[in-house]
Design a protein around this ligand. Structure first.
Ligand code: ASP
Ligand code: MG
Length: 584
């Protein structure tokens, strides 16, 4: 027998008619011989409505009582759905998170799942029941088990975690959209439904994907190799399949790792190439990276930030074997464009990854700090949604790997050294996301000493500010300092000055400079790491549309460009078309 976990979101169970329709759908599936565990959300907007009620009484309601309150939404749905199933002759039983034994951390409002007991559910399945489980909730494991919730949108996480614990054959997320699109269909009318996307890609497409599927659910699927599909409740289309390489078993205790970082990687034999003071105009980055790709150079990290004085610094890393040829190609270009070239071999890239990095500002800071405490200087920094990378001296690579693994408590099977970038036949670009909620800030004239990046990131983190794209450029200012540029959430900008005040006192030359309004455009594809020239194509697409790039930051499977807000939708369309994602 096939065991399915099917999750129905709030809209899909928004009223009694819909609950009846969902029951019919489950019944059909049951009758064709599947065992089914159903996970449901609260009906429609009822979680919002419950939250609203509390806010009419208090500005600052206690977190425990909020969980007590908002967890009731799902309890309504499980009972109604079980009744609907029974009404059409399907034996069904509803269970709350506590009744199942969904054990979580005791953090109210954003608890992570530690363990799911499966005996009760298995017993009911064996007795021929469809089991209907309340999503979004669990109980803490303390002396008095307290009701906890997993964070908004958390029913997806409940479903994938249940599928993991039960070793289900498939987890289906039924929702009110047909699946995951190649870009935002409201902005680009010819966006296509993706047939499949890897969990890694989905995490990097956060601003595109999170509306469809809770990132924590994606991370669980990724870590345990759960077969996962997102599809519409309204029809029978196949939807989008989320793929994952089955990972080494991480052990199902601490199911949702309460650790935000779940992997570290060291790549040795890297070289850093810096082009500084090159013209800041559309097409320069495209020229450079097209030239390199024509020369067969596979570029890894690319970092660019723009500075006043209207010139750019672009820095990138390559494999050290390609240093000589890269150097000669760049020398030719510099002759044409002006600017300076620096190259340096014997570098290494150290990266941490994990969905928990998203929205947790302290993680990058802790990573940088642990390196600086070991006396390791950060040559370059590049970040993506789920990854933070630093380029450091190769001879310190192993030391860095060791101290960071210790700090984040990583096990042997979470540590990777010099992975091979073999082509997997995956597309170089699968989807394009636009994130409009960022502003750009640069901190200029930072003393060029080990640890300064860590100190800045820590100050931001202490004020609860999440840094998104972090770019430390190569340029040394005339005041002998470094420049680090960030993007951060618009709403966090007002706190940034306060966060840095103590530092600015300590470093009298250091200033904060605001960039103009920006958006972040990211192209993501699992095949990017092994294909040559993807970034160049993205830059060309933007150059063709005469769009200037303000910042560039890449990771293996993602290229991100920061462009003016006014260019955002156009940029999204151009890049989407350039990679022919508009064609099905
Ligand atoms: N009912 C919860 C919410 O609205 C959980 C969910 O729907 O996934 O956030
Ligand atoms: Mg949802």
């Amino acid at each position: 027998m096939t065991l399915l976990v099917q999750k129905f979101g709030g809209t899909s169970v928004g009223n009694v008619e819909r609950i009846k329709a969902v029951a019919k759908r489950i019944a059909l599936c049951r009758q064709s011989g599947n065992d089914i565990v159903v996970v449901v959300s609260a009906m429609g907007d009822s979680t919002d409505e419950l939250t609203q009620l509390a806010s009419e009484i208090s500005n600052n309601p206690c977190a425990r009582e909020m969980d007590m309150l908002i967890s009731t939404g799902e309890q309504v749905t499980i009972a109604l759905l079980a009744i609907a199933l029974q009404e059409i002759g399907i034996p069904a039983k509803s269970l709350t998170g506590a009744q199942v034994g969904i054990i979580t951390e005791s953090k109210h409002g954003k608890a992570r799942i530690l363990e799911i007991k499966t005996e009760k559910i298995k017993e009911l399945i064996a007795a021929g029941q469809v089991v209907v489980v309340a999503g979004f909730q669990g109980t803490s494991s303390g002396k008095t088990a307290e009701i906890t919730t997993l964070g908004r949108g958390g029913s997806d996480t409940s479903a994938v975690a249940l599928a993991t614990a039960l070793n289900a054959d498939l987890c289906e997320i039924y929702t009110d959209v047909p699946g995951v699109f190649t870009t935002d269909p409201r902005k680009v009318s010819d966006a296509q439904l993706m047939k499949k996307v890897s969990c890694d890609e989905m995490l990097e497409l956060a601003s595109l994907g999170a509306a469809v599927l809770h990132p924590r659910a994606v991370e669980i699927a990724r870590n345990y190799g759960v077969n996962l599909v997102v599809r519409s409740s309204w029809d029978n289309h196949a939807g989008t399949i989320l793929t994952s390489e089955v990972k080494k078993s991480l052990g199902k205790k601490g199911l949702e790792l309460s650790r935000p970082v779940n992997g570290i990687e060291l790549v040795e034999n890297q070289a850093v190439i810096g082009l500084s003071h090159i013209p800041d105009q559309p097409g320069i980055a495209a020229d450079l990276f097209e030239t390199l790709s024509a020369g067969g150079i596979n570029v890894d990290l690319i970092i660019q930030s723009t500075h006043h004085g209207a010139s750019n610094d672009i820095t990138f890393t390559i494999s050290e074997e390609q240093l000589e040829i890269t150097k000669s190609l760049c020398e030719k270009l510099i002759k044409k464009l002006g600017g300076e070239l620096t190259t340096q071999g014997q570098m290494a890239k150290l990266s941490i990854r994990g969905a928990g990095i998203m929205g947790r500002p302290g993680i990058a800071a802790k990573f940088f700090e642990s390196l600086s405490m070991s006396g390791i200087n950060l040559r370059l920094i590049a970040t993506s949604e789920v990854k933070v990378s630093c380029v450091i001296n190769s001879e310190l690579g192993t030391k860095g790997l060791r101290c960071v693994s210790e700090i984040f408590d990583l096990k042997e099977n979470q540590i990777t050294k010099n992975p091979k970038n073999e082509s997997t036949g995956e597309p170089e670009v699968r989807g394009i996301a636009l994130d409009p909620n960022q502003v750009q800030v640069s901190v200029i004239n930072i003393p060029d000493i080990p640890g300064s990046a860590a100190i800045i990131c820590k100050s931001f983190a202490n004020s609860g500010i999440s840094l998104d794209t972090i770019v430390q450029s190569e340029r040394i200012t005339d005041k002998n300092g470094k420049i680090i540029s960030f993007t951060l959430e618009k709403s966090d900008r007002i706190n940034a000055d306060d966060a840095l005040t103590p530092l600015l006192k300590m470093w009298p030359n250091t200033v904060i400079e605001d960039g103009s309004s920006i958006v972040k455009i990211s192209a993501v594809g699992a095949g990017m790491a092994s294909s040559i020239g993807t970034a160049g194509k993205m830059f060309r697409a933007l150059a063709n549309a005469n769009i200037n790039i303000k910042m560039i930051a890449t990771s293996e499977i993602r290229t991100t460009c920061i462009v003016s807000e006014k260019d955002g939708t156009k940029a999204l369309q151009e890049v989407h078309n350039f990679f022919e994602l508009n064609k099905s």
